[in-house]
Unconditional design. Structure first.
Length: 581
């Protein structure tokens, strides 16, 4: 009898022990670089759009019905579609659509992206106030207080699990944006900031999970002695404590498990851009007597393009959609011919030269620089609407005029073409500097970013692709026939991204010290460049855009056939690489 009693007691004790062990499952879902893709409709091209937050909403609702979900957004949500422009700059008394979407979908936290800073304080300060979830970025510092401009981190609870989410923004903002847009802010090195706030989080919060939410790419980008543009993997590796690092900014899908300096696994995951994919961390925590005894973390990139559109979401935003439609559908002029960015890669093109000529006309500069801001965009012959302007000029850059010497102009172009074209050794070589980057939403077959492929108007020149890097560009004369002098000072029109150092063509290329760029700027447009381009088209009424034919690749017996071959590789058909002359 005594043995039976002891056995029962032992069983009861085991049962008590088992009762104190439990496993909790969580899903952490991230969107990043949404860029105004709120609805399954492209307002710039007036056609259906894959992905979008309308489909993400359906997916998130289903996941919430199935279990514990934390929903995070990683910034760059304020810019990219006419929807965003309308609420940033036109319907400024309305609540920003980006805040409305975040609030409707009940996000748990959001961080800032560089394109969220780009619209300026008036826009993003208002947006931050309108967003109901915590805005987090521990390395964006208010210079007056020395403290983070928004919350450095936030604490989220799910089914008793305490989750800390630390936000950060790439510190390379001063390389792209004029100071008035981020006046009063300072952007700290990501590793330095992460170490500081990791210590604070661990000492004061004692969370079960620590998530990094970083608007900074995997690695690389602009690198200075003070910081790196893309440092997410570096932070995950060098700052122990993160269980998951969810990142973005580089528009490239990534899902990998790395080991940090302490030997612990860290999931690093990036959903890329335009709400086509969400990043998902599936987490299982096992507790015994209130303490975590095991963590299981796996990553998944979920394609949401086949999800049903959330009809309740669409009904909710119907008034905003109608307002944007009315705005973008207004006819502002007429184009006699179709122009395309495809032609920009192969020589003087109607698309790029139309912008360059308007830059010269608006500013009365001597020379203008511009690059194709979209890989494959076009303006069709016929009526031109406000919507088309977002294909003509994608970003809300200002228009600058800078003082540059003739030598600096040439060196600027040398670096641009070195990023852009191959050094041909034979007639069978590629003209363009191509790479296997088709999965990269920013390179799309090129080795480098096409938005750094500047060509020029106001000067006549040739690009000899048989010459080594740094020796390809030969400027013959000013386009008005006057002598071009490398020692003379010229007025150069260019966008604010480039003028602030974006792409490093002015610094590494032209050799202008970064801290001297500001003193070179003699004009800054009060509004974005697209606004002025639209005004000029309205004045013109009817537009016939033609290439200037002020530059070309040589030797043509090599470059013309090579251009046709490379055009087929990039665009998949045998269309001519040049505009109709």
């Amino acid at each position: 009898m005594r043995n039976i009693t002891l056995a029962i007691i032992a069983l009861l004790m085991c049962g008590s022990a088992f009762a104190k062990q439990k496993t909790i499952s969580l899903k952490i879902i991230e969107t990043s670089d949404v860029h105004g893709s709120f609805f399954p409709y492209d307002f710039a091209n007036r056609q259906p759009k894959p992905g979008s937050m309308a489909r993400v909403s359906s997916y998130v609702k289903r996941q919430r019905n199935a279990g514990n979900v934390v929903l995070l957004d990683n910034g760059d949500i304020l810019q990219g579609q006419p929807t965003s422009y309308f609420y940033n700059y036109v319907a400024t008394n309305d609540s920003n659509i980006a805040a409305n979407v975040i609030n409707y979908m009940k996000y748990d936290a959001e961080t800032l992206g560089n394109h969220d800073i780009e619209p300026g304080h008036a826009v993003y300060d208002k947006w931050i106030k309108e967003v109901k979830c915590p805005m987090i970025a521990c390395n964006v510092i208010n210079v007056k207080t020395g403290k983070p401009y928004v919350k450095p981190y936030t604490i989220i609870y799910r089914n008793g699990v305490k989750i800390a989410v630390m936000g950060m923004l790439t510190p390379a903002i001063p390389n792209w944006l004029t100071k008035n847009l981020w006046q009063g802010l300072r952007f700290e090195n990501m590793v330095t900031a992460a170490k500081k706030w990791m210590r604070i989080i661990k000492q004061t919060e004692h969370p079960d999970l620590i998530i990094g939410l970083f608007h900074s790419g995997k690695s690389g980008g602009i690198t200075t002695p003070e910081y790196e543009e893309d440092a997410s993997i570096k932070v995950a590796t060098q700052v122990p404590g993160f269980d998951v690092v969810m990142f973005g900014h580089d528009h490239t899908r990534d899902n990998e498990m790395i080991k940090n300096v302490s030997g612990k696994n860290v999931l690093c995951i990036d959903p890329a851009n335009n709400a086509l994919t969400v990043a998902e961390a599936q987490i299982e925590l096992t507790y015994r007597n209130g303490k975590i005894i095991s963590k299981s973390i796996t990553g998944n990139l979920v394609d949401v393009t086949k999800e049903d559109v959330d009809s309740a979401y669409m009904d909710h935003f119907k008034p905003q959609i109608e307002k944007v439609n009315n705005y973008v559908d207004r006819v502002i002029g007429n184009f006699n011919n179709t122009i395309s960015t495809r032609d920009c890669y192969f020589g003087s093109s109607a698309f790029n030269d139309f912008i360059l000529n308007l830059q010269l006309q608006i500013t009365n500069a001597d020379v203008a620089f511009n690059a194709p801001l979209q890989f494959d965009a076009s303006i069709k012959a016929g009526p031109v609407r406000v919507a088309d302007m977002f294909n003509l000029y994608k970003f809300e850059n200002q228009l600058y005029v800078m003082r540059m010497t003739g030598e600096e102009i040439r060196k600027h172009l040398e670096m641009s073409y070195d990023l852009w074209v191959n050094t041909m050794k034979s007639a069978n070589d590629h003209l363009l500097l191509l790479s296997d980057t088709r999965g990269d939403a920013q390179r799309l077959g090129f080795k480098n970013f096409t938005f750094n492929f500047d060509s020029a108007a106001g000067i006549d020149y040739v690009v000899d692709v048989t010459k080594p890097d740094g020796e390809k560009v030969k400027i013959m004369c000013m386009s008005n026939g006057k002598h071009f002098d490398e020692k003379k000072w010229y007025k150069v029109a260019l966008n604010s991204y480039r003028g602030n150092g974006g792409g490093e063509l002015l610094t590494k290329g032209a050799g202008i010290p970064k801290d001297s760029l500001d003193s070179r700027i003699i004009y800054r447009s009060p509004r974005d460049q697209r606004y002025y381009l639209m005004q000029e088209i309205e004045k013109m009424g009817t537009v016939y855009a033609k290439p200037n034919n002020n530059w070309k690749f040589i030797p043509e017996e090599w470059t013309v056939p090579a251009a046709k071959r490379d055009s087929i590789i990039l665009f998949g058909h045998k269309a001519d690489a040049k505009d109709e002359k």
